[in-house]
Ligand binder design. Structure first.
Ligand code: DOR
Length: 480
């Protein structure tokens, strides 16, 4: 074997040394055809695998998993000892702001942030400007996404103009490549439109992805209505605003037989409603975000305490980056949502990555936009639950990769031989600080700013091509 100029990798058979220099190095990482990812902890929920092994990738596909795999000549060998090798993460709820808000994110910057976060496939929400509410707009995203480093799947609106009053052309958008439908950012105002969407879902099998929020009850609110909103004297959004529309949409799913996917579930009562609906046979699935699992309304007051932990770190008060919709709720809700993941009431973890520029996040909460970035924070937050023993690593990868793939019929989510090599290699213990400079996304609106987390992607691969590599981490591992 011979050195390559890429610290941390060597070539089997001594053939084709790769280039040197940062740019050239990244280029050659991306170009390479066959990889042996050696000696990592391979975690694949689709095969109930969790043991140290090699992963061989040839011609864009997984060619084998096992101990001591031989590397055919010309294979690049990546040393993954001490790292985790898993199917690439899949996020069914991302805002890419494209078209319309390039100062916040674009397809390109969002895809780069996804790759840096360990994601290999993401689904983008239609609350763009103009909204993705017609087949040609879906087709435009599909076309422009072809050259991106990760797989991007658009979600179309449920209603024309996302106004909630008239059904959009769901059939046409599905044909153009929409994988689901949502008026996310708002609930669908007219119950008749929601009924029609779910009736169409029953015929087509496509998901209707509901943002559950009673507009009148939530109007003017900037955070969860409770003791912290009262302490800060800020207008609140009651849990009931979410639960009322959740109940409506569950009833409409019952009436129509359509598939209701509940976006960003946040309350303990909401979790019970979803669970009861599942027991009754209603076709409902639900997602939870890492921030609703681990953060609470205390963060709006600058009291940064992870749900279920004791330490408090003081942040800005009030913190505009903690303003998100639905709002961060109580710690009891957060703990209950985690129980919901464990007992099957909640199906997947999704980030609701919602980038905003600093201009849109003034300290005055009334004027600040709702949302926080999530693509590069999901893995360390979920690993925090693993480190605490709340979830196994296999479960965490299941919620972040295998289940979203199976549920939404997306490629990836498995390292089964023959499947596309969508892979993440991550260091579960790597310490890093959340800062503007350590995030790839164009925006850095997160209440985690300044905090130290553990766990980061080292290498992300889509179809066997390296789309992200943390060259510094690789160099550190390779030593002087
Ligand atoms: O906080 C949020 N931000 N919640 C949403 O539902 C929409 C999102 C956005 O687009 O900024």
């Amino acid at each position: 074997m011979q050195g390559t100029g890429n610290p941390g990798i060597v070539m089997a058979g001594g053939a084709r040394p790769l280039g040197s220099g940062r740019t050239q190095r990244l280029f050659s990482w991306a170009q390479h055809g066959a990889w042996l990812i050696r000696g990592g902890r391979v975690v694949d929920p689709s095969q109930h695998l969790d043991h140290v092994a090699d992963l061989l990738v040839v011609a864009g596909r997984v060619a084998g998993i096992g101990p001591g795999l031989a590397a055919p000549d010309g294979t690049a060998v990546f040393d993954a000892q001490g790292l985790v090798v898993a199917p690439g993460l899949i996020d069914v709820h991302v805002h890419l702001r494209d078209p319309g808000f390039p100062e916040k994110e674009t397809l390109e910057t969002g895809a780069a942030a996804a790759a840096a976060g360990g994601f290999t496939a993401i689904c983008c929400m239609p609350n763009t400007e103009p909204p993705l509410d017609a087949p040609e707009r879906i087709a435009d995203v599909v076309t422009r996404s072809r050259h991106l480093p990760v797989r991007v799947y658009p979600i179309g609106t449920i209603s024309r103009g996302r106004q909630g009053l008239e059904l959009a052309d769901l059939e046409g958008m599905a044909e153009a490549g929409a994988i689901g439908f949502s008026d996310d950012g708002d609930s669908t105002r007219d119950s008749q439109v929601m009924r029609a969407a779910l009736a169409w879902s029953a015929r087509s099998g496509r998901p209707i992805m509901a943002h559950c929020e009673d507009r009148a009850l939530a109007a003017g609110g900037v955070m969860h209505e409770g003791e912290v909103s009262r302490e800060l004297g800020l207008p609140g959004i009651p849990a009931a605003a979410e639960e009322i529309i959740l109940m409506r949409d569950l009833e409409l799913a019952r009436l129509t037989g359509g598939w209701l996917h509940v976006l960003h579930l946040t309350t303990a009562r909401g979790r019970r409603l979803v669970r009861a609906a599942k027991v009754e046979g209603i076709r409902v699935t639900a997602e939870v975000t890492p921030h609703h699992l681990l953060l609470s309304h205390e963060w709006v007051a600058g009291r940064r305490r992870f749900a279920g932990e004791a330490e408090v770190i003081i942040g800005p008060c009030p913190d505009p980056n903690a303003k998100v919709n639905p709002p961060l709720r109580t710690e009891l809700d957060a703990v209950d949502l985690l129980a919901g993941l464990r007992d099957g009431s909640i199906d997947v973890v999704a980030t609701d990555h919602a980038p905003h520029s600093e201009r849109d996040k003034p300290a005055d909460l009334a004027r600040a936009a709702f949302g926080m970035v999530g693509l590069e924070l999901a893995l360390p937050l979920m690993l925090r639950l693993v480190a605490r023993g709340e979830l196994t690593l296999l479960e965490a990868i299941d919620f972040l990769s295998t289940r979203p793939s199976v549920l939404f019929g997306l490629p990836g989510g498995t390292l089964r031989p023959g499947s596309p090599a969508d892979v993440v290699v991550f260091d579960p213990e790597a310490p890093w600080q959340v800062e503007r400079a350590t995030l790839v996304s164009r925006s850095c609106n997160t209440p985690l700013l300044g905090m130290r987390l553990q766990g980061r992607a080292v290498l992300t691969m889509v179809d066997g091509k390296v789309v992200y590599v943390d060259t510094d981490a690789v160099a550190r591992r390779a030593g002087p």
